[in-house]
Design a protein around this ligand. Structure first.
Ligand SMILES: N[C@@H](CCC[C@H](N)C(=O)O)C(=O)O
Length: 284
């Protein structure tokens, strides 16, 4: 039996979505995720997302495997795609949700709340950013301290980094211009730096205006991607902490723009699209 799937993307950050609502035990192994995500020999994607049954307050649960088979705690673009996938499945089951509709989704990074809106956008309550070194996690500061503009040497160069956990770990560096950054060279060196015991997602950010930031990302377990939702949230928080941005801004990623807001309630809100590309079934 093959695996039935649908492929979605959020600004070019693409995922294979699998209906896993009848089973709690994961039916997709890390090796299968690597094969499904392969852009030559598989479907091709940055990750595999499984829609599982929810427990307690959660309507559903999300598990995700990166294209290298590792399992991250959260994925911002992925959770928008998951919300659209769930609505599409419910519509197929004759229970189309009335918009706006908010799901409560259990993730390994906590409960997230994506809201499908009548204009086709998905707004997600991404929860509170975690800033203490022990929560990133990183050894760049003592456990109870924040990591804001701390020095880090990578590739023989000194960088000033700010770290934010949005369910998953992010290391943010502000630069004058993101275009010349040699991402494929620097990205893996940040990702695997000993200062990050659980590896790290890495964002290079250019402040165009306090309400408009431009970024390029190297994702843990997936490499250079066209967009990263948790990364866009993390970098807005980092930019505010560094006095470089307003609490609401447009973040331009290689695949398009996200609207990010760090509310006075200390929660981060992300708004962007989720697009169905095609559906299919793998060969047995
Ligand atoms: N693309 C994602 C993040 C996916 C997880 C990441 N690769 C990690 O390992 O933490 C997003 O949109 O947030």
């Amino acid at each position: 039996m093959g695996i039935a799937f649908r492929k979605y993307h959020g600004l070019g950050n693409d995922f294979i979505l699998i209906d896993h609502r009848q089973q709690v035990e994961l039916q997709v192994s890390p090796q299968q995720a690597i094969e499904l995500c392969d852009r030559n020999f598989g479907i091709g994607a940055d990750g595999v997302i499984l829609a599982l049954p929810g427990q307690g307050e959660a309507d559903y649960a999300m598990r995700i495997l990166n294209s290298d088979g590792s399992e991250p705690e959260m994925c911002g673009n992925g959770i928008r795609c998951l919300a659209q996938f769930l609505a599409d499945l419910e519509t197929q089951d004759g229970q189309s949700p009335e918009l706006p509709h908010t799901y409560q989704i259990h993730t390994l990074g906590g409960i997230m709340r994506p809201q499908l809106r009548p204009d086709g956008q998905v707004r997600v309550d991404m929860g509170e950013p975690r800033l203490l070194a022990q929560d990133i996690p990183t050894t760049l500061a003592t456990a109870d301290d924040k990591v804001v503009a701390q020095p880090l040497t990578v590739a023989g160069q000194d960088w000033a980094v700010t770290c934010v956990n949005m369910g998953n770990p992010h290391c943010i560096t502000f630069v004058d211009d993101v275009e010349p950054i040699p991402l494929a060279d620097l990205g893996p060196q940040f990702e695997h730096h000993p200062a990050f015991p659980q590896r790290s997602n890495t964002e290079f950010v250019q402040v165009v205006r306090p309400d408009y930031l431009k970024m390029r990302v190297w994702e843990r377990g997936a490499g250079a991607t066209l967009a990263c939702g948790t990364g866009a949230c993390a970098l807005l928080v980092a930019a505010v902490l560094n006095g470089k941005a307003d609490r609401a801004a447009t973040v331009e990623l290689p695949g398009g723009c996200l609207q990010i807001e760090w509310g006075q309630d200390n929660r981060v809100y992300m708004t962007g699209p989720a697009t169905l590309v095609f559906s299919g079934e793998t060969a047995a």
